[in-house]
Design a protein. Structure first.
Length: 295
């Protein structure tokens, strides 16, 4: 049996923490880094090594995983002072689970490889914190076939399915499509719950009543009960994430010469909701916007 590759991970947040716990449980040697170092403490206690900066992640790692907030944060972690590129070597792989702009992903991948020889796989995920905890994420990847196959055994501990979508950037395009469906779904679920309440129907019965029908979905089963019961904590994902990804989808559509009117409207509504102080809150709070509508 060959030795397991050494793994490094940057971004110990809502998704990164449970993903790292699964990698440790699977027996991987793990090095971790986070901008707020104290967030690494549970993983250090579980046997991980803490890196001093992103470049240090590359010291012993075969594969470096990222799960960060947005394109600007990834760019800073990879190319900023003390960034990954300063420690990267040919033969290492960077696997980015963040949700980024596809064009920026392609540009950063090309720069990283030209400067260090390290190759890039964009592998955004869907499934939320529950999927991260249970290893049931859906992973959509872009990159060279040989690189995807190299990381497949590692990512099998994180997701139920890894689909190779094409060259670098294709994973991010697929994630944008995913987020278009999720965000529009979340908004209409909020409308549904508010409409049911205004019409005298017990909104807590919506999800079980529609289970198994054509209107059913994971977002319906998760969000509708939370919205009906005004259960907005703990925060499992954030409004700002959906807004960022909707903006990415609209931009991507423009670049491709297409139109996404539903997604554009969803972005406007998400931005309106965010302006009320909801940016860091759970998307279940979207129901507040429709409850507070005036006739």
């Amino acid at each position: 049996m060959s030795e397991l590759p050494s793994i490094a991970f940057a971004g110990i947040g809502l998704m990164g923490l449970p993903m790292c716990r699964r990698l440790l449980a699977a027996g991987y040697r793990l090095t971790v880094w986070n901008r707020s170092p104290e967030k690494c403490a549970p993983l250090i206690d579980a046997g991980a090594r803490q890196a001093g900066n992103p470049a240090d992640l590359c010291r012993d790692a075969d594969i470096v995983l990222l799960c960060l907030a947005d394109t600007s944060v990834v760019r800073e972690v990879v190319f900023g002072a003390g960034g990954v590129v300063e420690g990267a070597k040919a033969g290492q792989l960077l696997v980015d689970h963040s949700s980024l702009e596809p064009a920026a992903t392609r540009a950063m991948a090309a720069e990283l490889e030209s400067r260090s020889g390290m190759r890039w796989v964009d592998a955004p995920v869907s499934g939320g914190t529950a999927g991260a905890e249970t290893g049931s994420l859906a992973i959509m990847a872009g990159g060279r076939s040989e690189d995807i196959e190299r990381v497949r055994p590692v990512l099998a501990h994180l997701g139920q399915r890894l689909t190779h979508m094409g060259d670098v950037g294709a994973g991010q395009v697929t994630k944008a499509c995913n987020q278009m469906i999720v965000a529009c779904n979340a908004l209409v679920i909020a409308e549904v719950v508010a409409l049911a309440e205004r019409s005298g129907v017990d909104a807590s019965l919506i999800a079980p009543a529609l289970a198994g029908g054509f209107a059913d979905s994971k977002p319906l089963q998760i969000l509708a009960p939370q919205m009906a019961n005004s259960e907005f904590e703990p925060v499992k994902w954030r409004v700002r994430t959906l807004l960022k990804d909707l903006d990415t989808a609209v931009q991507l559509s423009r670049e491709a010469g297409g139109a996404t009117p539903m997604t554009g409207l969803a972005a406007q509504l998400m931005r309106l909701h965010s302006s009320g102080g909801e940016l860091e809150n759970d998307p279940s709070t979207l129901v507040r916007m429709f409850r507070e509508q005036k006739q």
